[in-house]
Design a protein around this ligand. Sequence first.
Ligand code: ADP
Ligand code: MG
Length: 637
Amino acid sequence: MTTAATKETFSFQTEVGQLLDIVAGSLYSNREIFLRELVSNASDACDKLRYEGLTNAGLLDGNSDFRIAIEVNSKANTLSISDNGIGMNHQDLLDTLGTIARSGTSSFLENLKQNQANDKDGENGENTALGLIGQFGVGFYSSFMVADKVDVLTRKAGEAEAFLWSSDGKGEFSIEPAERDQRGTTVTLHLKKDAKEFMEDARIRHIIKTYSDHIGFPVMLGEDALNEASALWTRPAKDISEEQYTEFYHHTAHAYDQPWLTLHNKVEGIVSYTNLLYVPSTPPFDLYEPERKSHVKLYVNRVFITEEAKGLLPAWLRFLRGVVDSEDLSLNVSREMLQTDPKLAKISSGLTKKVISELKKKATKAADEYSEFWKNFGAVVKEGLVEDASLRDKLIDICRFTSTQGDDLISLADYVERMAEGQEAIFYIAGDDAAKIARSPHLEGFRAKGVEVLLLSDPVDEFWLQHMPEFDGKPFKSITRGAADLDAIKSGDGDGDSDKSEDKKDEPEAAALDGLIAAIKLELGEIVKDVRPSKRLTDSPVCLIADEGDMDVNLERLLQRHGQLNSMMPRILEINPGHAIIKKLAERASGDGAASDDLLKDASHLLLDQARIADGEAPTDPAEFSRRLTSVMQSAL
Ligand code: ADP
Ligand code: MG
């Protein structure tokens, strides 16, 4: 590598600039966290070198006594944090302290701005910005909350050259060659006038004890170690306070919410391990990124191995944070080899079962708390139904659903228990918008009869349903496909007291209805598969249904959106014989001159388009739709 022998100046990536503005402008009350961030980086640097040293002992150069040192220089008004970890070379400095090499940066910043805009009085602003910044892992830049200049003197383990990175946080930074005897990094903060308090001995001790006690390396101030310096998960649970658990979660997960659930266990067996796992109380921002990365850190005998251990946990548990440490895994193999170790698979299945059983406990004993969890992570948990057949029965037990019967989340067992007499199937309606499907006309007949329908609005729902055709012997049935088997079901105690769908008095003569159906079929031709009277409608005039053997409407839409389907199957148009419009149209259809009745023709298309609109789709031909609507309105006025 060639590096310039003199000082070079660089501009911060635009996003970093924006971030620095936010940091400088909005994080006043809690600025002591800069120290936690810098100590956390120092600890990560030691972790990294300890791991590299396993396969390349030369890097350690005989010194594996890792430590972090804080120094105050009250004459120079500086505070410095040093480590003897992995260090950075010229390229590392460019890559890490000047750019943000993460996907989703601009959407993150957008989100941050949004949060600040929504909170003009500033009441939650600091915490929200802090939470988001922490989650995004841009901790180093928090130095500029307390410093008007930051120097980073660093030398990478195994390399001879050292560099000095320097910036006032105002758009530019410089890098120049420098001298440093040992590997590692020293971050020196030139403290702002109003930040001198951070040179006080007691203040520093207090901050380290509060935020960094769990760090596995000693944090020294002069001769004293300020922290416990034993990895938190290795201590007995009874010696750990809730605050300590929370602080460790913040450190290890880059999160600032409260953990929703903490699982600290020591498992002894053929493969022994300790887990300290957390379920967050707010969804991490990368939850739905296509990589579906795990974030639980894997340690082997207290040595950090990787944060992205494939095979440690299934993808549907990617919301978990925390660490897993095992003495029984081999330290002397590469990360890739480790991932195929059968012992890792054993740990994985043990952890998975443990998490499911703890979730089940919550679901049964604290339903309200569980609802919070389910709203955040339910859609992810349901991926497990698709991906792991062996867990399906256990998992479906902890799945919760919304339904037409109130706001509470229900289990499938709840649903089956209150099925109406004569009801054979578990009815559901699927779509991408919960509020929209809850208002769908398809539900009218079910509501009137008091028959409960599950409202499924996660994309994953269509996929697990393919793998789980039934629950407890009852088949799942979409109410937007096939016949509505409502006749066989006894009226429950639903919201309608009269059984409107069976109320035939008010319907047109059978012959007139047949005439209307024939006329609509003739006019719409191939666009629809069939036209028939509906049993599921009470208030709306029309709806669209997929034929029994065809794909359900929502699945079809989903596949089309993902480019896996070119055209949609024609659907069945169901008309409501009890509706005033349908009655009037039936009269017209049986009158003279029906065949040349333009209004009847326009109405046929309008009915179809109306049904499409109710499903959240566009009219087949918007221009024609508009012309027909105008013409029909004109004749009505
Ligand atoms: P994060 O720690 O989440 O990656 P930071 O903004 O805290 O984000 O740090 C950015 C990067 O800078 C780190 O990932 C690391 O590569 C590098 N870095 C920061 N401090 C140090 C250090 N003391 N030693 C080595 N590398 C460091
Ligand atoms: Mg950091």
